[in-house]
Design a protein around this ligand. Structure first.
Ligand SMILES: NC(=O)c1ccc[n+]([C@@H]2O[C@H](COP(=O)([O-])OP(=O)(O)OC[C@H]3O[C@@H](n4cnc5c(N)ncnc54)[C@H](OP(=O)(O)O)[C@@H]3O)[C@@H](O)[C@H]2O)c1
Length: 256
């Protein structure tokens, strides 16, 4: 098990899993860099982390804005003197009906290009042993109806991060893909059917442990991860029937 990283840069730190991750890494001597768009919510995350003794740097920035994220990375590196772990966690999706090309475009820019924009400015500064972590989703394992853009974006991210992992291996830089199942956060508020749902703090602990173990894929909870891996093996006709049943259960639970 690696010791906990001392210089951690984290996007999407104003809410949900990102806020819980910030708390999970906050400790005396740790230099935490926190990014999201909402300054007040970032300040609230920072206040909680300072009570654990962490040094905090924060910046309101949009991960889809190259200039803003480049400037944030440069300022964080100057402040912290380097980086040990970059977690590209900012992401999400919107309710959708089939087919919405603009939503697909927005969702890809946030969940895929936004991750690349977060990692890119750190690349020259990464030393052997450093880690990049991309927060994808178990929703990226197969196409989900009514979340088509989100599941497509997370599928793209899983493949993108895998390619980076292999490409950066020779430099001693590890790339982890994080695939949570359902986690109770503002993103999932109002979703009444969330099998094996986790609280954000539990999810953050699982992620921190998996990164410390140097795992390349952190897919959890194991029950849902096993289910989606099994769904991947199904031929299309069987997958369509199985997911059709799931959609009907969600519909019966009131989400449509
Ligand atoms: N909750 C789940 O069940 C679940 C499951 C699988 C994967 N995930 C993934 O986990 C990650 C965190 O999700 P969450 O559930 O914690 O959702 P959340 O509570 O909605 O948090 C999303 C975070 O991303 C930030 N963000 C969104 N767009 C941004 C942008 N353009 N630039 C900078 N920051 C941005 C938000 O901050 P601002 O609005 O302040 O910018 C917020 O801090 C996402 O990548 C999500 O896809 C979540």
């Amino acid at each position: 098990m690696k010791p906990l990283p001392q210089r951690v840069f984290l996007t999407g730190a104003s809410s949900g899993i990102g806020r819980a991750l910030a708390r999970a890494y906050a400790a005396p001597g740790v230099h935490l860099g926190l990014v999201a768009r909402r300054q007040e919510e970032l300040e609230a995350t920072a206040a909680g982390c300072r009570t654990h003794g962490a040094e905090i740097w924060l910046r309101s920035a949009d991960v889809t804005d190259a200039a803003a994220i480049n400037a944030a990375a440069a300022d964080y590196l100057a402040w912290a003197g380097g980086v040990d772990l970059v977690i590209a966690n900012a992401g999400g999706g919107e309710k959708e009906t089939l087919i919405d090309a603009d939503l697909l475009d927005r969702t890809l820019r946030l969940n895929v290009t936004g991750v690349a924009r977060t990692f890119a400015p750190f690349l020259p500064a990464l030393q052997p042993g450093a880690q990049l972590a991309a927060v994808a989703s178990l929703a990226g394992y197969r196409g989900l109806p009514y979340s088509a853009s989100y599941s497509a974006a997370k599928a793209a991210l899983i493949t993108y991060a895998e390619a980076l992992r292999v490409g950066l291996r020779a430099r001693g830089i590890r790339v982890a893909t994080i695939c949570p199942g359902y986690v109770r956060t503002p993103l999932t508020a109002g979703n009444p059917y969330m099998p094996w749902v986790l609280e954000a703090d539990e999810a953050a602990r699982v992620i921190r442990r998996g990164l410390a173990q140097g795992r390349s894929r952190i897919a959890f909870p194991w029950q849902l991860a096993l289910l989606v891996r099994t769904l991947r093996l199904l031929p299309d006709a069987a997958y369509d029937r199985a997911v059709g049943m799931f959609v009907r259960r969600r519909h019966d639970a009131g989400t449509g």
